[in-house]
Each structure stands twice: as structure tokens, then as C-alpha cells.
Write a protein that binds this ligand. Structure first.
Ligand code: NI
Length: 133
């Protein structure tokens, strides 16, 4: 397995401006302001504090990839993202160990178009892999 390092915690929010303001009031700072991801139809913003990076993800339309998830989870953390130098090998090895890929490695506009892939696992839910730049 290629090395994995935690990159961010993905956090679903209904109202990204209000969520961002609330995290700022908790002492987080903005790492990257709101970017629209036209592949997934979500708005994304990165905040951090104490070495923890939070990704706010908010659906921008009814057919967003997270439209269903937000009905289920409301405002809530929903994935941990792991950065890796070899996304194909890492995804393949995870798939051989109880994870199910729910898409294929696809560029992420909010992350310099580095590719990401999402996988789910019966015991821990959803994770994301991000290729290193
Ligand atoms: Ni993420």
C-alpha cells in the first residue's frame, strides 16, 4: 500500500457562507475561499486550525453528487481524505480489502485539479483518496 496521509475532513453543510462564518468564529482560518466544482456541482471551501484541515462541501444544485447525502446527514462530517503518491495502486489495494470505489479518479477543481476518488467501507463509511502534486 502506498503511504496515506490525512489531508482533510470533509464536512457537509447546507449553507456554506453561514458554515464558514461559524468555523471562523471558532478560530479557524480560511485556507482557500469558496470554489465551485462544476464536475460535482458543489461549492467547496478549506479552513484550518491546529493542523486540522476542514473541507466544507455544499450542494449547488438538486443534481449535485451530495444532494442525497445532505438529506441523510444534514450538517455533518462525512469523509476523511487521504493523500497518496499513487492513487491507482492505493485504490486498487483498498478495493481488495473491503472498500468499494464509488467513482473513478477524477480531477478536483478545488484541489488544483489533482485527481480524487471516493470509496466506501461497511465498517467506516466513506473515504477519499487524493493524488499528491
Ligand atoms: Ni474531500
Amino acid at each position: 500500500m502506498p503511504a496515506l496521509s490525512v489531508h482533510h475532513i470533509g464536512y457537509l453543510v447546507k449553507k456554506i457562507e453561514k458554515a464558514r462564518q461559524t468555523f471562523l468564529s471558532l478560530g479557524y482560518h480560511i485556507e482557500q475561499d469558496i470554489v465551485y466544482d462544476d464536475i460535482r456541482k458543489v461549492n467547496i471551501c478549506f479552513l484550518s486550525r491546529d493542523g486540522y484541515r476542514i473541507e466544507l462541501v455544499s450542494p449547488a444544485s438538486e443534481d449535485s453528487v451530495v444532494a442525497g447525502l445532505i438529506r441523510k446527514y444534514k450538517n455533518s462530517p462525512y469523509h476523511i481524505c487521504y493523500e497518496t503518491t499513487d492513487i491507482e495502486t492505493a485504490a486498487g489495494e483498498l478495493a481488495a480489502n473491503g472498500f468499494i470505489a464509488i467513482d473513478t479518479p477524477t480531477p478536483a477543481p478545488a484541489l488544483e485539479n489533482r485527481r480524487v476518488v471516493f470509496l466506501t467501507n461497511a465498517a467506516i463509511g466513506m473515504i477519499e483518496l487524493l493524488e499528491s502534486n
